[in-house]
Design a protein around this ligand. Structure first.
Ligand SMILES: Nc1ncnc2c1ncn2[C@@H]1O[C@H](COP(=O)(O)OP(=O)(O)OP(=O)(O)O)[C@@H](O)[C@H]1O
Length: 313
């Protein structure tokens, strides 16, 4: 049984998030602003009113079209991640994984429930949470005409780092992630998506986050790049004690990398355990070894579609 005095990096407590239908503007949900009159929302019922750069982006800020129909992206989800753990969230497209990460990283506000990161409430104290975390998403943005080195030096400035030591550190991180010398100095637009993904991870490492949120960190990478990225994730956890939460469609990755895995479908967590524990729940009648794919199928009645396979078709 898990101990109530455990050291938690993340606590997600009965969190829900819907998209689509207009709801109460977010500022009405902030305890200190409940009585304050603010201009009306931006049309999707959320609005961010305060104009602060770090304010959460609501509604369809990730470029997804807003819907007339209400979509429950995250549906009463609860789980804890211990400090130093590599925790995987596994699920099909549209299962709610990215929304969950965006809620944890203060980019979205939950409709209900509470999330704490290192015991700090992400809604009440987003500015205290932000320096402790970093997020890598599939659609990481860069100055495409600039090189990885230039992009990372720019990022380093934003994190308050400067000087010769930073330049050395940037080159070191990029090399560790398997980038060739030549690519470090060439424009990002000439790089493959997989290589760009590595640069995104390198940029996130610059701020030395205590919690790294990786949204499909290896999707689209070739097997070698995948292994390099996975090795870095392991090293961060083992040598630096970084807590890592990652989402993936790749069951082998989840099994090899994660101490525990939550299987998420249609906004809900349908099972959560160690990969071994999950596999024990399902017995293959034909005698073959159970995989996480079998577990997923047994729990949801669905096949876990592999994005990369789809993309290569
Ligand atoms: N900003 C938004 N506005 C409207 N609907 C959204 C928004 N973001 C996500 N959704 C919807 O919420 C649901 C969950 O999406 P989410 O991106 O969290 O899933 P996911 O598991 O990360 O999927 P994928 O693996 O494809 O990235 C989907 O139905 C999606 O269309």
């Amino acid at each position: 049984m898990r101990n109530v005095f455990m050291d938690y990096a993340i606590r997600v407590m009965d969190v829900s998030k819907k998209f689509g239908k207009p709801g109460e503007p977010f500022w009405k949900r902030l305890p200190l602003l409940k009585h304050v009159q603010m201009p009306e929302n931006n049309g999707n019922g959320h609005g961010n009113g305060n104009g602060h750069a770090a304010a959460p982006q609501e509604g369809n800020g990730n470029g997804k079209a807003s819907h007339d129909k209400e979509i429950v992206a995250v549906d009463h989800v609860s789980f804890d991640v211990e400090k130093g753990e590599i925790f995987g969230v596994l699920g099909p497209n549209g299962g709610g994984k990215s929304t969950l990460i965006r809620l944890m990283s203060t980019l979205l506000l939950p409709d209900s429930g509470q999330i704490t990161v290192f015991d700090i409430d992400v809604v009440r104290k987003p500015m205290a949470v932000q320096p402790l975390i970093n997020r890598v998403s599939v659609e990481a943005s860069f100055f495409k005409k600039l090189s990885p080195l230039e992009n990372l030096l720019y990022g380093a400035r934003l994190y308050g780092m400067a000087g010769k030591e930073t330049r050395k550190q940037v080159v070191e991180i990029l090399t560790r992630l398997g980038l060739e010398k030549r690519s470090i100095y060439n424009p990002m637009e000439e790089m493959s998506r997989g290589m760009q993904q590595k640069v995104a991870i390198a940029r996130a490492l610059l701020s030395h986050p205590r919690l790294l949120l990786l949204d499909e960190p290896t999707t689209g990478l070739d097997p070698r790049s995948k292994r390099e990225v996975q090795a870095v994730v392991r090293e961060l956890c083992q040598e630096h004690g970084t807590t890592i939460l990652l989402t993936t469609h790749d069951m082998v990755e989840a099994e090899n990398l994660c101490g525990r895995v939550a299987i998420m479908d249609a906004g809900k967590i349908v099972a959560m355990d160690t990969p071994q524990g999950l596999k024990k729940r399902v017995h293959n009648e034909n005698g073959s070894e159970t995989t996480l794919e079998d577990v997923f199928l047994a729990l949801t009645g669905k096949q876990l579609a592999n994005k990369e396979e789809e993309a290569n078709e």
